[in-house]
Design a protein around this ligand. Structure first.
Ligand code: TRP
Length: 480
């Protein structure tokens, strides 16, 4: 991972080091920026219920699989499959490298917004929330902020995080958690907050469609940094005596816990500000939170608002570092480029790739209305890349990682790897469930949801309708 230079592929000093780094990768804009607007767009409680089910039932075993593959092979996402003797499967790792690059390209733009908002809060400019659309369409500002952010990311990946950022994260991540908890407490006391809580927690099962399941699944993978080999790379630094199942549980609970309370805070604020029914979208936290901070008064509002966006930027930074690390580790290991050079080249290219995402927020019409799905919905470049990389490639990566682990590397070898540092785990209910899930549950569910939605979204084929007709025809045929 990013904390270790090429000369010291030694491993984390201890288990906490690994869990902290992986949790730092997991907790980021996905929890605080993306999760609330996905919930708003997905109809509330039903989305939350599906998201939680995906995290615990499907992502838990996939996360263990990634970490186990990494520890077993000591390699990056691509090299891991080759080392294990399955060269063809390294295509999965390559898809991961591509996903990492695509995700980082737009993630860096959003991180720039968070950074910019920190400065606006310091200046006491609470109106920025209402002027969000104007803010993101001003490409000068966005270019400046996102360059700063990419530069910091490159710098840290080059130097390694084991020094400063790891120490800082031990203080700053708990501070972020504390601040969100405090804001959540405040939000819940506001008038109308409870309706927001009800929208968030009480599922309306009529809202469950393949499309919503598809976004909930993508969100689960995105938030957990799963499905693109980031945790294979991280797992390669885990010690043989470490307990993978236990670490996985801690990472998962931290990530889901922070998303959950951030959502509670957001929906309490949204409803108390009378914004219910808002379509969400990428601007949600940026439009809602500034007026919430303003309600704290001119001084406290500035302090809390600035602290919030600074800590959010920091959380984003520990995630961008892990996103950049995957393609960099690949280029360094497989193409023998010097690390310091690889970081600049890869980081620079990804930055350029992010420019259309930046310009598609009101600056250049071609990128504003980039593509129209068969549903008739037109999305901008950023949303398209997000749909493609995080909603499609990540679960697809998870699908292949599950198939690979259970059927190619084989369940018993996976079990052996998990039992190093956790003897007898394979015979516990959780151990048995995990192997079963990787064999059947994960491939079937992820495969079905991905297939149905992709063919509908991108190809305009309604597979459900086609299957229904096929079955009807079959019944008719049998009856004649
Ligand atoms: N999980 C991070 C977030 O929620 C984003 C992220 C970092 C990520 N590394 C990743 C997503 C690797 C997918 C894969 O903000």
């Amino acid at each position: 991972m990013a904390g270790v230079s090429e000369s010291s592929r030694g491993g984390f000093s201890n288990k906490i080091g690994f869990v902290l780094a992986a949790a730092g990768s997991a907790v980021g804009l996905g929890n605080i920026w993306k999760f609330p607007f996905e919930v708003a767009d997905g109809g509330g409680g039903a989305f939350v219920a599906m998201y939680l089910a995906f995290c615990f039932l499907l992502c838990f075993p996939v996360m263990m699989a990634e970490i186990a593959i990494g520890r077993k092979t000591n390699k990056n996402a691509v090299g891991a499959f080759e080392t294990n003797g399955h060269k063809n499967w390294s295509a999965v790792g390559k898809m991961g490298v591509l996903s990492g690059a695509l995700i980082l390209s737009f993630y860096n733009v959003v991180a720039g917004w968070a950074f910019g908002f920190a400065l606006e809060m310091i200046a006491g400019n609470f109106e920025i929330g209402a002027n969000f659309g104007q803010f993101i369409s001003d490409w000068h500002i966005n270019l400046a902020f996102s360059s700063v952010f990419m530069f910091l990311t490159i710098y840290i990946v080059m130097k390694g995080v084991s020094g400063g950022i790891e120490k800082a994260s031990k203080i700053l991540m708990p501070s972020l958690l504390f601040l969100i908890l405090a804001l959540m407490g405040y939000a819940l006391t506001q008038d109308g907050a409870m309706e927001g809580v009800a929208f968030y927690l009480v599922p309306d099962f009529s809202e469950i469609t393949f499309d919503v399941a598809f976004s909930a699944m993508g969100q689960a993978f995105f938030s957990l940094s799963l499905g693109m080999g980031a945790l294979i790379t991280y797992g390669s630094y885990v010690g043989k005596k470490d307990n993978i199942a236990h670490s996985t549980a801690m990472i998962l609970l931290t990530d889901v816990g922070i998303a959950f309370i951030a959502g509670l805070m957001m929906f309490a604020f949204i409803y108390s500000q009378g914004l219910q029914g808002t379509s969400g979208g990428a601007g949600l936290i940026f439009t809602v939170l500034p007026s919430a901070f303003e309600s704290l008064g001119p001084v406290l509002g500035r302090v809390i608002g600035a602290a919030f966006f600074i800590l959010l930027s920091f959380a984003a930074l520990t995630s961008t570092v892990s996103l950049l690390e995957v393609p960099v580790a690949y280029v360094v290991d497989e193409h023998e480029v010097r690390r310091s050079r690889a970081v600049w080249i890869v980081g620079g290219l990804i930055f350029l790739l992010g420019i259309p995402s930046m310009l598609g927020n009101g600056t250049v019409d071609f990128f504003n209305n980039f593509i129209t799905y068969s549903s008739g919905k037109t999305v901008n470049f950023m949303t398209f890349i997000e749909n493609l990389a995080s909603d499609t490639f990540l679960p697809l990566g998870g699908f292949f990682i599950a198939l690979y682990t259970a059927w190619v590397w084989r369940g018993d070898n996976f079990k052996k790897e998990l039992e190093q540092g956790n003897p007898g785990f394979g015979d516990t209910i959780l151990g048995k469930y995990s192997i079963f899930a990787l064999k059947f549950l994960v491939p079937i569910i992820l495969g079905a949801i991905t297939m149905v939605t992709i063919s509908d979204k991108f190809l305009g084929l309604d597979l459900l309708e086609i299957t229904r007709n096929l079955i009807n025809d079959l019944i008719k045929f049998i009856n004649t």
